[in-house]
Design a protein around this ligand. Sequence first.
Ligand code: FAD
Length: 480
Amino acid sequence: TATGGRYDLIVIGGGPGGYVAAIRAAQLGLKVACVEKRSTLGGTCLNIGCIPSKALLDSSELYHLAHHRFQRHGIKFANVELDLGAMMGRKDEVVTQLTRGIEGLFKKNKVAWLHGFGRLASPTTVAVKAADGVETFHEAGHILLATGSEPTELPFLKFDGHTVVSSTEALAFDRVPDHLVIVGGGYIGLELGSVWKRLGSKVTVLEFLPRIVPFADHEIADHLLRSLKKLGLEFHLETKVTGALISNGANANGSGVPPAAVVLAESKSGEKLEFPCDKVLVSVGRRPYLDGLGLAEIGVEYDPKSGKVKTDSHFRTNIPTISALGDLIDGPMLAHKAEEEGVAFAELLAGKPGHINYDTIPAVIYTWPEMASVGINEQQARERGYDLAIGKFPFTANGRAKAMDETEGLVKIIADAKTDRVLGVHIIGPRASDMIAEAVAVMEFGGTAEDIARTCHAHPTLSEAFKEAALAVDRRAIHI
Ligand code: FAD
């Protein structure tokens, strides 16, 4: 053991929550260190989450377009070939550039990176165990827990890193699986399913619930389901996975190469189903990563069932010198939510009025078309008893979408009929991920559908569909 430094703030975890909090606190004049056990900063998001998945989604979409859509634009190829190694290499390069970028930002802002595994040794001490096993003890005025989350395992379908895998391995397959079975119809499964389907796999999604992405607006989620089916993904809803026979190709069945796995499931009516495949992606959710953090020893309260660390509205745990944020606490497990919390936490710690509005956190699924939403959906608005005015506008009637040959989807605005205030916006369509930002800004300002309707939008752009949907709230859309 050795004695380390003394800091105003020590952050454990260098993901979007932790690194943003560290940088903002340093900007505000605090002496800050961040403990990260990985060899790169950026957490799940940059290393094995948001960024590599989007890199593969973009690459695989281009491959898909080259195969199926470029001809419509009058672009012909003699041959379209996949170089999976090069595609993965580009993804890795993007990740490396961005994680190095965070390292640069740490240097610029004088945030010390303590390499190693962090553990609470006291309410104001963090023990950091380096790769060589040596532990150093660092003192802090305040400690921020930002250790993120890990994939949830199914007890009857445990990860083996090869055949039964989590998103981490599914972002780095070295060949295109013949048949990928995905357990769980949430956004991670649907995004990775899209990637491998576009690259040539047969993809089957097994979902226990009657709907995919059950928290989304039903109309928009139904549209997404249709669109993914059109891409060729196969869905079995209300289907319970019960286990799998894993042979990894060892028990030849006399019909050529045996499947590496047979996923066993049961339909709602009790019918037994079998899905022979070569990879199984289990994407049924994520849970807070608390291993070895020393919460129980120090007495930091957390929910033993969900693993979520208990915090108040200022991110404080029951121990006054210890706070927590990001995937570790309540709320959507999203990088931008963690980042907003990081900024708000640092500002509060520095005695400023840090703030986060949980009602205006957008959610995006980066399939193609993309699905993006903010605020409440139609089901929730009806449950809450609002008198609703809903405006919709399809991309088939949008000039730019036509020019792009991307006319799938619609914009749906849900407004309070009494006040016209926007309660939620739900988009499925091209670049919905970028379009939703305008809806977030309007809602953040407490805006109305009329505010959007009276705002000039450049022509021809996809965002005109947003304006037209706002006009449609008052039944005066022009182009439909
Ligand atoms: P993390 O990013 O998980 O970071 C925690 C860090 O802490 C890790 O680097 C870990 O190594 C480190 N750590 C943990 N314990 C210790 C310890 N004891 N000592 C030292 N270091 C430790 N979100 C989006 O908003 N958009 C997306 O498109 C998106 N796509 C995703 C795709 C996939 C495949 C996955 C898995 C996730 C995706 N997410 C996405 C979710 C997003 O990655 C997380 O919400 C986000 O990373 C949470 O940030 P965090 O800072 O709380 O934790």
